[in-house]
Design a protein around this ligand. Sequence first.
Ligand code: FPP
Length: 276
Amino acid sequence: MTAPDGLHVGIIMDGNGRWAARQGNGRYAGHRAGARTVRACVRAAPDCGVRVLTLYAFSTNNWKRPEREVRLLLRLFERHLHSEIDECVANGVRIQVIGRRDRLGDSLRAAIDTAERATRDGERLLLRLAIDYSARDAILAAAERIGELSSSGEERRQAFGQLVSGQPCECQPVQDVDLIIRTGGECRLSDFLLWESAYAELYFTEVMWPDFGRSELRAAISEFHGRERRFGTVPAAAPVPAAGLHPAAPASAAAPAAAVGAGVTSVAAAPAAAGT
Ligand code: FPP
């Protein structure tokens, strides 16, 4: 599903720990600063043309971190949910949390319920926080449930996408991801939105999450708009292949478009050749 009136941007917020260490502080100081960046990006997103913003706050693998860091992080999410409600309501931001809830504490679950309920009329931005989230788990859970549905063909594919996205049945399906941003210098997806990002553009930056802000978000989106998204088609003015050439033969330009510069690595998620 493509964006009707805005982009779906997913962000892997990485680099809090390193940012804090560089300043001689503990990791939690980085997470606290990261929460301020979350607020800044939520404020900036609608003006940047973002309609859905999915933030990777806590992966299922993050449970393997030291117990104290996990506890402080979860408490930070809870505080943040409480503290942001009024501003989100005022600014038309709807909060939804995706991921497992059964392993979260009662008070965090209650904070999620309260934030989701209080902001449910927001239409300017859908803010999805991924907490105890794994894309593979989401795909597996959807695969287990799809058998219960009697749909077929395209309807079945859409129903599957709805299940994977974690959107409640009564909600509008969430559009596919247009752009994935990862801060902190690593270039991988780390089990984030694997189904939804099938045709997403990828943008990797060395900037640590606490230093990311409105202008960095603008820069990422501006680069996204410079990309050619083909969704498996060919460019309008593409030359007709010579007779006899196998249509699926890989062209020399088969490598994904990549640009590296100024600390930013960008890779088109979909290979440029052979219509895939
Ligand atoms: C990864 O950086 C970051 C996380 C696992 C936590 C993300 C949490 C926040 C940004 C805090 C605020 C979030 C909300 C939703 C209020 P890292 O700590 O692994 O960084 P490192 O790679 O430098 O160690």
